[in-house]
Design a protein around this ligand. Structure first.
Ligand code: DQA
Length: 183
């Protein structure tokens, strides 16, 4: 079963229409619209085991903790964070497709699929919003097969090696991109 969660309501009056959910309401107030930018976070296979799985590499923070921290930071930054985890490549492709026209940015840790998946790369390209590739570990300090990423050249940027903080750094980067795009 994929794990999915939607964040609380984010708000940033300075944000533009990027990543606005369909049906968002405009709120009167000093001539400005109340708007929410959506950031989708996707976690790939085996990341549901975070906290238990090879903690010497991935740390002891669970996926539920990461998702909670992301939603809290999203509230601070004025973006709505939705998270999704799946062990299945097709489910990840489906979730990326569903985000078309809804998400303003995507953070994705494709985990093992990073190194193999043309299908996830194609879905990311079709999404046509800034994508930040995230990894807990620094893949370049690990086995050579982890050095290749099918996303590296289509991602806006890549953040890795900071454990669970990689996601939080990536969310700050995404919020910055959304804010610049709205100016
Ligand atoms: C990972 C690195 C991948 O090589 C690995 O298959 C993972 C996690 C990371 O976050 O460090 O599952 O994406």
């Amino acid at each position: 079963m994929p794990l999915e969660s939607g964040g609380g309501v984010g708000f940033n009056a300075a944000m533009g229409s990027v990543g606005m959910p369909k049906g968002s309401k405009s709120v009167p107030g000093a001539g400005r619209r109340q708007q929410t930018a959506n950031v989708l976070v996707i976690h790939g296979p085996n990341l549901n085991l975070l906290g238990e799985r090879e903690p010497e590499i991935y740390g002891r923070t669970t996926l539920a903790d990461i998702d909670r921290q992301l939603r809290e930071l999203g509230d601070e930054l004025g973006v709505t964070v939705e998270t999704f985890q799946s062990n299945s490549e097709g489910a990840i492709v489906d979730r990326i497709q569903q985000a078309r026209g809804k998400a303003g940015a995507l953070l994705i840790n494709p985990a093992g699929y990073t190194h193999t998946s043309v299908a996830i790369r194609d879905a990311v390209q079709a999404l046509a919003v800034p994508v930040i590739e995230v990894h807990l570990s620094n893949v370049y300090r690990r086995e050579p097969f982890r050095h290749h990423s099918t996303l590296a050249d289509v991602a806006h940027g890549r953040i890795m090696g900071f454990g669970a903080d990689s996601y939080l750094l990536a969310l700050r980067a995404a919020a910055g991109l959304l804010q610049s795009a709205a100016k």
